[in-house]
Structures are given as C-alpha cells and as structure tokens.
Design a protein around this ligand. Sequence first.
Ligand code: ADP
Length: 353
Amino acid sequence: MKGDIPFRGIRFDSVTVAYDGNVVLDSLDLTVEPGEVMALLGPSGSGKTTALRAVAGFVRPASGRVFLGGRDVTDLPPYRRGIGMVVQQYALFPHMRVEENVAFGLKAQKVPRGEIRGRVAEALEMTGMAAYGRRYPRELSGGQQQRVAIARALAIRPGVLLLDEPLSALDARLRSGMLAELARLHRELPEVSILYVTHDQVEALTLADRIAVMDRARLRACGTPRELYRAPANEFTASFVGGANLLPVTVGEQGVRFGERRLEVSGPVPEEAAVLCVRPHLVGLGDGPNRISGTVREIQWRGATHRLYVEVDGHRVIADLRELKEPPAHGDEVTLHFSPDDAVLLTAGARHD
Ligand code: ADP
C-alpha cells in the first residue's frame, strides 16, 4: 500500500503494567524492527495482550516508555498513534456495511471524502473482499469478517499493525488459509511492523521473523524461530516452542551424565546446566552416538511418522521417526540415540507442561 508511513518500529523500554497492584507485565524491554513480524508467544495470562494494549494506548504503563519510530508515545491517546489493530472477535459494527466499517477509521482521521472511497477499495482488494463491500457483517462467514477487520486496520495505512489472536476464533482449516494470507499481506507491506499475539506456536513459527516468549508477566527469550527451536535459552522456551525431551543431567568432571550414562554434547555448557534438551524428531531408533535404552510405553502411527514414547529410568523420551516398516510393540525394549550436535544443555527452570 502506498502513501506516507507515519512511523516505523516499536520499542518497549522497561514497560511495567499493573492492575490493582498486581504486576501483569514486568519491565518489558523489546524492540520490533521496522517491517518485522514479532510474535508475542506464551500461555494464557502471561501478559501478551497487555503488552499489545500498551502499544495501542489502551493501558497506561505504571513505569517505562513506549516508542513508535523513535517517538515516545506513552502519553499519546490511542487515536493519535496511527496504529491498526485486529482482535480475535473481529469487532465489526453490525449495523454498518462492510465498506462503512472499513471507512470508519478514515473518517475518524478526517481523511478527505474523495479519498476514502479509493482507500476502502484498496484495503478490500488486498484482503480479497472487494466483492463484499455492500454486505453487512452478519452476511459474512467468520473468516470473511476477520478479513474485513484486517481491511479496516490496513485502510488507515498504519506503520504498525497489532494483531491479537486474530485466528483463534476460526476453525483449523480456515486458520491455516488465513495464516498464508497474513504472510502474503506482510510481503505486500514490507514496511509495516507487526506485533502478533498468539498462544499457538505453529502460528508464531510460521509467521514471525522473531518470537518473544512470555511467561508470567516476563519476557523469557527472544530470537528467530530457528534460534529458539535449535538452541532455546531456557527450559520454558524449550518446552513451549516445539516439543522437547527434557532429561535431568549432571555436569561435572566426568562430563554430562544422565543416570549412569555418559552423554556427548557439542554445544556450550551453561553454568549450572541440569537439563538436556533433544527434539523428538532428532532422536533415532537403534544404535548410534548417545545411545539410551528403555521400554516402549506407547506407539502412535501418525501417517508419515511413528511417535514412540519410551521410558528410560523413569523418564519419558519421545522419538518421532519416519514411518517404520516394522514398528516395535508396546513393552518392547528399544535403543534410541541422538547426535551430540542435536542436544542442548540448559539451566533448570520453570517449564510449560
Ligand atoms: P495474555 O494475553 O497473555 O493471555 P493478558 O495480558 O490478557 O494475558 O493478562 C495478563 C494478566 O493480567 C492476567 O492475569 C489477566 O487476568 C490480568 N488482566 C488483564 N486485563 C486486566 C484488567 N483490565 N483488570 C485486571 N486484570 C487484568
């Protein structure tokens, strides 16, 4: 979309938000670069929406500042921040036609009437809703309503787009289609910074340039999806971003030990390392480096893969294996292995179950 970009990038500078003395966002420091998609990922109640609302101006930080494009907007009212926002429940005006809904923000901004028509058409075109301008929201499916909500947010040509669980009201099939649509919109609007709140790791991994992992009011980790998946900074991130085997280990002069076994790990050894993280798809069946043996407790056929749940000294190890011709049976003893390059040592901490 052409036109002036009012600002670029988002910066949280030690932003704290409290409700009735309860801190729900604790000293958040985070920068979303111009044109970047940042996912705020975390369980329900971790403070994601609160962070988004602080950017929009709907909650006032108890301390800290919010910057948009280098400008301190902490004291600006929401309507002066030039932000597009889309929430889970679409929030369309039921008594207005689609085109009136999309025009709403433009009228509020006092965009000249002659310009509004073209801007509305452009936004509806971008979201594939050009044919629906005369309809009322009740005449649209959930997915179409969400497209209109996105069109409404884009019509004001925001420099920043805030998306709060925009797909969670849609069914699974529509969700994956809309995810692809959002990725396309981002490619068409490379200058718009997007902050995307979700508790769904697939959405975050698919769409985001970087993911900020939130847990109990705090930022736990921030990095590219690959960084967080391959080398999570802590146990919480490992358990929340992708499935993870988290094995208790001791690290000392005798190397890394899991029970009686000695394991080889190529990567760095953090101070007080106590947990070994291996992704289930990186665990192999049969002999190899870092072999561990145990009893098959469950086996699931998932089409292209078999998932094995193996009990090793009272710990559960999950292996996702390419479909096996002769899968082991429940109760069988099996040997698993993983490469030293695929194991990551972590300090023990909170994990997400
Ligand atoms: P998330 O988006 O990660 O689910 P929220 O930011 O919505 O989390 O909420 C964080 C915490 O703040 C929750 O414990 C929630 O109950 C609380 N909270 C959110 N909004 C309000 C409010 N208006 N008044 C009081 N508590 C609130």
